[in-house]
Design a protein around this ligand. Structure first.
Ligand code: ZN
Length: 244
């Protein structure tokens, strides 16, 4: 089956990388027209634009590649400002990981603290946001990887300090993650802020539970008033509890 460019309908050559955006094939010359170096360059950025955006960029002669990079650098500025506000002090050996954050963090996610550390012998950037704890490792050998623990999954967090460095332990379920070689000043701040953010997340979900209870009460009163039947109420109740 030949693949046709959704914009110009020409067949996409055998020799180039095939690029499909939201199910649409796009030829290399149109990708170049949008500012990408080649098909491969477009593939690298494929998560960051939609077919509609590409089409609009082509119609209005906008360099889509530059627009994407502009977005990324303004998100980086935002993240840097959050690092400053959080008074992050130790990013030893993790500058590369910091640069990867615009691709990793959600657009509305806020950094609450960050520090360098070591997990299983490898240097990582540990980032606390308003929703999760992230461990970012951009080791040259293994390529890029990141793992996360959502704050609502954290059971406990603690630190200990030795002569020179500290260690942070995070338990979620049966798993304990140990972050070694954290600077002595950063370890207690990180643990303290994790606890603060955990409390906020807990409060939010508690609030949602309360909402649910009061909604159920209201529905029950509709049954008492004869507006809803008992069956309708229990069907609705099941649905609401399952949704949670
Ligand atoms: Zn085309």
């Amino acid at each position: 089956m030949s693949k046709l460019c959704a914009i110009c309908n020409t067949e996409i050559g055998m020799m180039t990388n095939k690029v499909q955006i939201n199910g649409m094939w796009v030829c290399e010359s149109h990708l170049k027209q949008a500012g990408f170096k080649n098909a491969n360059d477009a593939l690298k950025n494929i998560d960051r634009f939609s077919f509609d955006e590409l089409q609009r960029a082509l119609l209005s002669n906008v360099n889509l590649k530059e627009a994407i990079e502009g977005d990324k650098s303004s998100r980086m500025d935002e993240i840097k400002a959050q690092f400053e506000a959080a008074q992050v002090s130790d990013l030893f050996g993790t500058k590369k990981e910091v640069k990867a954050l615009p691709d990793i963090l959600q657009s509305n996610e806020v950094v609450k603290y960050a520090t360098s550390g070591v997990i299983a012998g490898g240097t990582v950037l540990m980032v606390l946001t308003d929703s999760r704890i992230l461990f970012v490792d951009k080791g040259l050998v293994y390529g890029f990887k990141s793992t996360e623990i959502p704050l609502n999954m954290v059971n406990s967090v603690s630190y200990s300090t030795g002569m020179l460095l500290g260690k942070i332990s995070i338990t979620n379920g049966a798993i304990t993650t140990s972050v070694d070689d954290v600077s002595k000043s950063s370890a207690p701040i990180m643990v303290d802020r994790i606890k603060t953010e955990m409390a906020k997340v807990h409060q939010q979900s508690h609030g949602a539970d309360k909402d649910l209870v009061s909604q159920l009460r209201e529905l029950k009163s509709l049954v008492d008033e004869g507006i809803l039947t008992e069956e309708e109420f229990s069907a609705k109740k099941k649905q609401m509890l399952n949704l949670k």
